[in-house]
Each structure stands twice: as structure tokens, then as C-alpha cells.
Design a protein around this ligand. Structure first.
Ligand code: DC
Length: 236
């Protein structure tokens, strides 16, 4: 008998949500747990933002940015993000780069230029993809779509901790204001706004530990028809 939901040969789990909702950490751990590849799509937007600073392309210049993104030389190796062969993993995490990433992400031409790069991460045995539009635009046929939420206060506290740990300075009031602004821009832009896919499962992580959130996603995935207990995907 055919499963009720058609599966692509290589399964994808999408984890979308607002900034600092914990999706990056949860996605990385779910991927490690299942032995799946990982796509941190925000890192692609951040790399593009960093490149736009380096090459002096204005955040309003949609055409210039799309061309820049087409020509970007980026690689991910063992969790490190490289631009033009140089590791920039720390630089792209700066708040300024996050803000610029959000600003350039409003342009449909920039988003279109990143589509193929994102889909290329889909390789056996599977992929966990985190971002804003993974379930709605990039992988609409994902086996499991998760939308993570958390209160803005919980997210600001997490982001504060993260930044301090990475050696950046951080102020709670500034972070709260920036998160609200970023949420507003990411969810109201015309192109691929941040919103749960119609078939996404919502997971509020405000009061959950990381392990609990990861456990929930893995359990949801394993309970899907056609998924074997070890996480491998059944034949169609
Ligand atoms: O997830 P992040 O904070 O690293 O993402 C940085 C910005 O990139 C985010 O504010 C909006 C943009 N982004 C996007 O528009 N679509 C994605 N799939 C991922 C990120």
C-alpha cells in the first residue's frame, strides 16, 4: 500500500522559526541524532551579507546583490563556513551581519539566487534544514515540517548568552528591540515571509530544554509512516 503522503527518495526535516528560537541548535542535534546532513540556511544569508559588506554592495541594490550571490565562493566544512576559502564562522554570527542578512533577504532576486544552493544540500540519507522558508518554499515536500516558537524574552535571553559566550558584547534592551524589529521585517516581507507551513507542527520551546525539543522532533519523525526505527527511510 502507498503511504498517505508521497515521499521524495531523500527525506527532509524542515525546522523554521524566528531568530534565536533555538532552531539552529535543535536542527544540528536532530541531524546528528539521525545521521542526516544539515543546512543552516541563515548562514547562507549571513555569508551573502558579509560578502556585500566586503564588496561594497548596498543592501538596497537587489540586482547587485543577486549577482554577488550568484558568484559567491562559499563552502561548509566540518561546521565551518568559508568565504573565498577563508573561515568566517565567527564573523557571520555578529548582530550587525544578522541585521544586514535580514535586510538583504527581503529581495526576491536574492532569495531566488540562493534556492539551488539550498536544495543541493539534499543528499542521502537525509537532510535537516533550518531557516524561515524551508517548509514553505525550499522543501515543500519535506517529510516533516516543524515551526519552532519561543517568547521574545526567552529568545533575547538565549541570544544574550550565545553572544557573550562567543566574546561579543550584548545588551538585553538592545537585543529585545532588535529581535522585535527583525521578527517584524522577516514576517511582513512580501517574498517568502516567516510563517508556519500549513502542514507544519508547532513547537514552543520557551519552557523546553534543548534535549526535550530535540527528543520531540526525533519522535515525530520516527512516527511517520515509512520511517524505520533507526531513522532510515523506507522504500516508496
Ligand atoms: O537564522 P539567522 O538569524 O541566521 O538568519 C539571518 C537572517 O537571514 C534572518 O533574519 C532572515 C534571513 N533568512 C531568511 O530570510 N530565510 C532563511 N531561510 C534564513 C535566513
Amino acid at each position: 500500500m502507498k503511504p498517505t503522503r508521497p515521499f521524495h527518495q531523500t527525506p527532509v526535516i524542515t525546522i523554521d522559526g524566528p531568530t534565536a528560537s533555538g532552531k539552529g541548535t535543535v536542527a544540528a542535534l536532530v541531524a546528528a541524532h539521525l545521521g542526516f546532513h544539515l543546512l543552516d540556511s541563515g548562514a547562507l544569508y549571513r555569508l551573502s551579507a558579509l560578502a556585500s559588506v566586503r564588496y561594497g554592495i548596498a543592501p538596497e541594490d537587489a540586482h547587485g546583490l543577486a549577482k554577488l550571490v550568484d558568484d559567491l565562493h562559499i563552502t561548509f566544512r566540518e561546521g565551518l563556513a568559508q568565504l573565498d576559502g577563508v573561515d568566517v564562522s565567527t564573523e557571520i554570527r555578529a548582530e550587525e551581519i544578522g541585521k544586514r542578512a535580514s535586510a538583504i533577504a527581503v529581495h526576491p532576486a536574492v532569495r531566488a539566487a540562493l534556492v539551488a544552493r539550498q536544495r543541493a544540500f539534499r543528499k542521502p540519507p537525509g537532510l535537516v534544514a533550518d531557516g524561515r522558508d524551508m517548509g514553505t518554499v525550499i522543501f515543500p515536500d519535506a517529510a516533516l515540517k516543524v515551526f519552532l516558537t519561543a517568547s521574545v524574552e526567552a529568545r533575547a535571553a538565549r541570544r544574550h548568552k550565545q553572544l557573550i559566550q562567543k566574546g561579543f558584547s550584548a545588551n538585553m534592551d538592545d537585543l529585545l528591540r532588535d529581535l522585535r524589529e527583525r521578527d517584524e521585517r522577516d514576517s511582513t516581507r512580501a517574498a517568502a515571509p516567516l510563517k508556519p507551513a500549513a502542514d507544519a507542527r508547532l513547537l514552543d520551546t520557551s519552557a523546553l530544554s534543548i534535549d526535550q525539543a530535540v527528543g520531540e522532533v526525533v519522535q515525530w519523525y520516527r512516527a511517520l509512516p515509512g520511517v524505520q526505527h533507526d531513522g532510515a527511510h523506507g522504500k516508496q
